[in-house]
Design a protein around this ligand. Structure first.
Ligand code: SF4
Length: 259
């Protein structure tokens, strides 16, 4: 059950304990790094946090937070913790992204390895052609079986992996939305340079085999296209103009000696 946050009444003794908080802070950090008192927050009953400006180089926008607490019926506070916290405008590190998620296509250099997780949803055991379903046997066992029975690749693309790839290719620079395709005279589907694929992806994709095309050797969607289409023709006014017949001058001397 969710309950509304209770309003906390600032503890008077805690609020007044600015000097005690600063004293505790100066025991831990250099006085040159501590600036003005910036205010306080009531954390709980008899628990108050005081904030001090941080003057450390490179810590613009950061502030020291000193939390003090008071036991019931006591007239003095004790220090709970001292921390450095970012506030508005503080320079902080960007959110951490796991190494695996940071890798982009084209990042791998020769010799780099990027192992695939055992449970990567883009792959299924080689003896399955669709949904992997529940765990059938442990990974090592089925790898042994695949190898011994010579069933081919240990893992193949799952339906999810295939759909992800198809969507990525279709939305990218080899699909119908690419600028190249928008101004193409015709689609890849009618181009003599399109090599057909086998399997379900063949309904949407093929491989471009035109050495002069930007997409040579790449998977392209059938509704992609480019100016190197096999049937592309230059407009009449863009055709090379025929040269006039040469004229032989038989009435005057050629002044070839000058040259
Ligand atoms: S040459 Fe152009 S139109 Fe033909 S298959 Fe390649 S990308 Fe498509």
């Amino acid at each position: 059950m969710i309950t509304a946050a209770r309003a906390v009444k600032p503890d008077t003794v805690g609020v007044r304990a600015v000097d005690a908080a600063r004293e505790a802070l100066l025991e831990l950090v250099d006085a040159a790094d501590v600036g003005e008192h910036l205010g306080h927050t009531a954390e709980d009953d008899r628990v108050v946090t005081h904030y001090f400006e941080c003057l450390g180089a490179g810590y613009r926008g950061w502030r020291w937070a000193v939390t003090v607490a008071r036991a019931p019926r006591m007239k003095t506070v004790t220090v709970d913790e001292v921390v450095l916290l970012p506030s508005e405008g503080a320079i902080i590190a960007p959110e951490w992204v796991p190494y695996r998620d940071r890798i982009q296509a084209g990042d791998l250099s020769p010799g780099d390895l990027l192992p695939t997780e055992e449970d990567d949803p883009r792959l299924v055991p080689g003896y399955l052609s669709g949904d992997p379903g529940d765990d059938i046997v442990d990974q090592d066992t089925w790898r042994d079986v695949i190898e011994k029975l010579d069933l081919g690749r240990p893992r193949v693309l799952s339906l999810e992996g295939r759909d992800l790839a198809a969507q990525r290719w279709y939305d990218g620079s080899h699909g119908p939305h690419a600028l190249l395709a928008q101004s193409a005279p015709a689609r890849c589907a009618s181009c003599g340079f399109l090599v057909r694929l086998a399997g379900p992806l063949s309904r949407v994709f093929g491989v471009c085999a035109n050495a002069q095309a930007n997409d040579d050797g790449r998977v392209v969607s059938r509704d992609h296209g480019c100016g190197a289409h096999s049937e592309a023709q230059l407009a009449q006014n863009s055709q090379p103009q025929p040269l006039a017949d040469p004229v032989l001058d038989t009435l005057s001397w050629d002044e070839l000696e000058k040259f």
